[in-house]
Design a binder for this molecule. Structure first.
Ligand SMILES: NC(=O)c1ccc[n+]([C@@H]2O[C@H](COP(=O)([O-])OP(=O)(O)OC[C@H]3O[C@@H](n4cnc5c(N)ncnc54)[C@H](O)[C@@H]3O)[C@@H](O)[C@H]2O)c1
Length: 263
């Protein structure tokens, strides 16, 4: 890290620090809960301050430690200042999990400039900004793991998800680039590509469908065992990658989709 960017890092105890974005809901909330249960002190970033507070209470009720840092992950200055706050008040992160994301249902012809820019900003620029801010702290320690929640949409085309597919394929590319550039410096960078996971996001899509029950049945049938994944199943993969059992996994994308893309 250059001298002008140097951050005074507080090391208060030996508890490992994890940063989880998108922790106010769904996969991010489940990840914060799982990592706190595994002993991490979790710094949680999200736009949704009330959702973060609710996750914080769940973590605390389960006997874990988490702190909320409300922030728009598309804002470079805000991401930089929150990272400095985390380093000083919680400690230098050894794990970064980029979970926050949004989607727009549209083909390329239906996608407005505004939607394209917003999806790319949250799903790709956000992880770039957090990685660029937090990686120097990991390099100072000589170790660190970055897990990016991409999607099967980063591996295959999904109908009417043009911007989303592009953003998630880009995130897989960023994941590999970070591994190649910094793997020899003790950094692992891995993407997880979930299929359909039952979260608040999917709940909203189903609620807005003309026939929610039929839409649920169709979404469930995409997986080989006829059910959607759970946020906890994705969080368990994050925990595996973060821990010693995952230490030989780097610069790749793990698909967790119940076999959705096997055919
Ligand atoms: N649910 C699925 O089926 C599924 C499948 C594949 C991939 N994913 C990916 O998993 C991730 C989490 O999805 P989820 O289903 O838990 O969604 P969710 O909507 O429940 O949670 C997403 C969170 O991201 C936060 N967020 C959005 N924009 C933000 C911004 N600019 N700054 C800070 N926070 C912001 C939201 O406030 C929300 O808390 C996303 O990246 C999504 O693309 C989800």
């Amino acid at each position: 890290m250059s001298a002008e960017n140097a951050v005074a890092v507080t090391v208060t105890d030996t508890v490992a620090v994890a940063v989880v974005t998108g922790a106010a809901s769904g996969i991010g909330r489940a990840t914060a809960l799982r990592l706190a249960a595994d002993g991490f002190h979790v710094a949680m970033m999200d736009l949704d301050a009330a959702g973060l507070a609710a996750t914080g209470e769940l973590v605390q009720d389960a006997g874990g430690r988490a702190r909320a840092f409300p922030v728009d992950l598309c804002d470079p200055l805000a991401v930089g200042s929150v990272t400095r706050e985390i380093a000083v008040t919680v400690g230098a992160p050894e794990l970064l999990v980029n979970v926050a994301g949004i989607g727009v249902a549209a083909t390329v012809l239906e996608t407005s400039d505004e939607d394209w820019n917003r999806v790319l900003a949250v799903n790709l620029t956000g992880p770039f900004l957090t990685t660029r801010a937090i990686l120097p702290l990991m390099l100072d320690r000589g170790t660190g793991v970055i897990v990016n929640i991409a999607s099967v949409a980063g591996q295959v085309g999904i109908p009417k998800r043009a911007a989303y597919c592009a953003s998630k394929a880009g995130l897989v590319g960023l994941t590999k680039a970070v591994a190649v550039d910094h793997g020899h410096e003790g950094i692992r960078s891995v993407a997880i590509c979930p299929g359909t996971v039952e979260t608040e996001w999917i709940g909203k899509i189903l609620a807005n469908a003309p026939d929610p029950a039929a839409a649920r049945a169709a979404m469930s049938a995409r997986q080989l065992d006829g059910r959607m994944g759970t946020p906890e199943e994705i969080a368990a993969l994050v925990a595996f990658l973060a821990g010693p059992d995952g230490r030989f996994v780097n610069g790749t994308a793990l698909i967790a989709d119940g076999g959705m893309t096997a055919a």
